[in-house]
Design a protein around this ligand. Structure first.
Ligand code: FMN
Length: 456
């Protein structure tokens, strides 16, 4: 399936058809898409626990019914974001009593339970609490979740992303060590065909994004008028997941057409649960002077000269004024960015996730309020090169089966090649119908992406 098709047709499931068996191979393909997600410093801190036996299923349903005990907290003292939690907003200090977002958080909890009860299998999404994991693990996991949702849809299934559940109950029952953070549960199943689920319709692009600075409205009315033929660019979503890579050298003289930016913004809104809440806001920065200021002043330890070469930066923020949705939003933001990065790749746009930057400076330049945390930004432009792909660890290392540390067997030959390097090899054959041993399915006739292909 093309990503564009998914953007237009994917809906959040509210109920699955009961008793549907999904083959183990398909289950692993979905998890595997997760492991191809980008991660800060390529640390790949994510660990997935695949659950498909009856007893364990019951534990998961129980944990979802028990909700998230953290949401019952009435802690009085709320810390403001400060330099010490420059990267991730602290999740401990949180006051649910005064939470203005509570209504949004619980809005669809019934659907969570319904889906869990009728699901075919579950993926418990966790990450290691290493130094990088603490700073970026939640965001990394968001990216992995996007990949898994898309992959499942490509295979004919639906995923529901569950945030509200009793994490400590899950930890205890599945023996998950304290050095692991439990992010989310993905509930996977098959939905009845042609179900219109209107309450999850995404909000309007104009309402979700700010333009150039905080509180500046985006008006996309005129953006569609530029008639750019980009439909031909679409590559299959599985190719996008495997082929995407961080670009760190951009053509400084080439700006991105507005109609393409609009496609990116729509991609950021694929998953309605992440975007239908008022606590997330994204700023689309195109103004040259702001771009220059960000590039010049927001560096921290890393050089990051690529930030200065791009015509577009997307900055993601979430409200932590009373800290309540903070521990969900970090992951939401990763998911949104990954959707945009994938769409960018399919349109010939190079991109790079930026997590290491001075948030104080960016806050000042873009006039982001003190209470809004800035988990990440992403940069976009036409590539100057197409670097070698970054390797990923084996699926056997990041995926456990039914109990913690029960590694699935090493899988060398799977739907996706083990290393990105092989995807370069694929590109050479993409216009011919070849069935490969590596990918046990036909590689359809996919038009290449000239922007990247020129460097191969
Ligand atoms: C949360 C997060 C933060 C990141 N921060 C930076 C960054 O500050 N600078 C940078 O050049 N790349 C950054 N990256 C990109 C990763 O280094 C890159 O995704 C990883 O090395 C894997 O390579 P790939 O994206 O080419 O697959 C970040 C990625 C993530 C997910």
């Amino acid at each position: 399936m093309f990503l564009k098709e998914i953007i237009e047709t994917w809906t959040n499931p509210v109920q699955f058809i009961e008793g549907i068996e999904i083959s183990k191979n398909d289950k692993l393909k979905i998890v595997e898409a997760g492991r191809f997600a980008p991660s800060a410093g390529n640390q790949q801190v994510f660990r997935f626990l695949l659950i498909d036996n009856e007893n364990s299923n019951k534990i998961i349903i129980q944990s979802i019914e028990a909700r998230d005990p953290r949401l019952a907290s009435t802690l009085k003292q709320i810390k403001k974001p400060n330099l010490r939690n420059n990267f991730v907003y602290s999740i401990e200090n949180f006051n649910a009593k005064t939470d203005k977002y509570k209504v949004y958080i619980y809005e669809h909890h019934f659907d969570d339970i319904n889906c869990a009860k009728s699901a075919s299998f579950f993926i418990i999404c966790t990450h290691k609490n290493t130094i990088t994991g603490k700073m970026f693990g939640h965001t990394d996991m968001g990216a992995a979740i996007t990949n898994m949702i898309l992959m499942a849809y490509d295979l004919g299934y639906h995923c529901r992303w569950i945030r509200i559940f009793d994490r400590e109950f899950i930890r205890e029952r599945f023996n998950i060590p304290l050095s692991i953070f439990i992010d989310a549960i993905l509930v996977v199943g098959k939905v009845k065909e042609n179900v219109e689920i209107t309450e999850y319709k995404a909000k309007d692009v104009n309402d979700f994004y700010f333009y150039n600075q905080w509180d500046e409205n985006l008006t996309i009315k005129d953006w569609q008028s530029e008639n750019i033929e980009f439909n031909n660019y679409d590559i299959e979503v599985v190719d996008a997941i495997v082929d995407r890579r961080s670009i760190r050298s951009f053509n400084e003289n080439k700006s991105i057409p507005r109609s393409i930016i609009l496609e990116l913004l729509k991609a950021g809104m694929i998953i309605p649960l992440t975007i239908n809440h008022p606590y997330l806001k994204i700023i689309v920065v195109e103004d040259r002077s702001f771009l220059n200021q960000i590039a010049k002043h927001s560096k921290i330890v890393l050089k990051q000269s690529h930030v200065g070469e791009v015509p577009l930066i997307i900055v993601i923020t979430y409200d932590c004024s009373n800290n309540s949705p903070g521990f969900y939003s970090e992951t939401d933001s990763g998911s949104i960015i990954q959707s945009i990065l994938l769409r960018a790749h399919t349109l010939g746009i190079g991109s790079c996730w930026i997590g290491a930057f001075n948030r104080k400076v960016v806050r000042k330049i873009l006039k982001i309020p003190e209470d809004w945390h800035i988990p990440s930004m992403a940069i976009f432009g036409y590539p100057n090169n197409y670097p070698k792909p970054t390797p990923r660890v084996d699926l056997g290392k990041v995926c456990y089966y039914n109990s913690w540390k029960n590694h699935i067997k090493k899988r060398k030959r799977t739907l996706l090649p083990d290393y990105f390097a092989l995807s370069i090899w694929f590109r050479k054959f993409r216009n011919t119908q070849v069935t490969t041993l590596l990918r046990k399915r036909k590689v359809g006739i996919v038009k290449g992406i000239p922007e990247f292909e020129q460097f191969l």
